[in-house]
Write a protein of this length. Structure first.
Length: 180
């Protein structure tokens, strides 16, 4: 079985210490890049014609096609944007996870849990869900299991199950109503 290959960090330097809290430069860089990408995606989806067209196609491809939107081109653009964001996420997280075939499995589980918690049809909900899930996992790892190991994946799966049982639309999501 091949050994994981560690990669150098993009943001090197001494960690930042504020009182008793110490944060690595890599984590600060990842947070700043995530904020930048979220703001860029929000501005693109809400402030451009292409973003509006992508949202229309995602909501109802048939109606979008009827009004003349190029559905195939918008779907291609959506896949290209998701691949670009995924590539940036992989580059940023590779130094933390080491290069191996399953390196993004945990990140994928956390992303699904955050989207389900916030609401699958709500971009701000996914952001709130991600922040809530991150704080919950850090608190659990600090106070619940400081000596027995990490329970990150367990919490992510519990969040997915509990939200789907209690509120399937998520915290900020809403049920889609269709007129027939």
């Amino acid at each position: 079985m091949p050994k994981p290959f560690p990669l150098p960090g993009l943001f090197d330097g001494a960690p930042l210490a504020i009182g008793e809290v110490t944060v690595s430069r890599l984590n600060i860089g990842i947070f700043c890049m995530a904020l930048l990408i979220m703001m860029a995606m929000f501005a693109f989806l809400n402030g451009t014609k292409w973003g509006l067209a992508m949202r229309a196609v995602a909501q109802d491809p048939t109606a979008a096609r009827v009004v003349g939107l190029p559905v195939g081109r918008m779907l291609t653009l959506g896949w290209a944007l998701s691949a670009a964001v995924g590539a940036v996420a992989g580059m940023l997280l590779a130094p933390l996870l080491a290069l191996q075939p399953s390196m993004m499995f945990g990140v994928l589980i956390f992303a699904v849990a955050a989207a389900v918690l916030g609401g699958l049809n709500s971009l701000p909900g996914a952001i709130v869900g991600g922040l809530t899930l991150g704080v919950t996992q850090n608190l659990a790892n600090t106070y619940v299991t400081p000596r027995t190991g990490s329970i990150d994946i367990t919490i992510a799966f519990l969040v997915i199950v509990m939200v789907l049982l209690i509120r399937p639309t998520g915290l900020l999501g809403h049920a889609v109503k269709r007129r027939v």
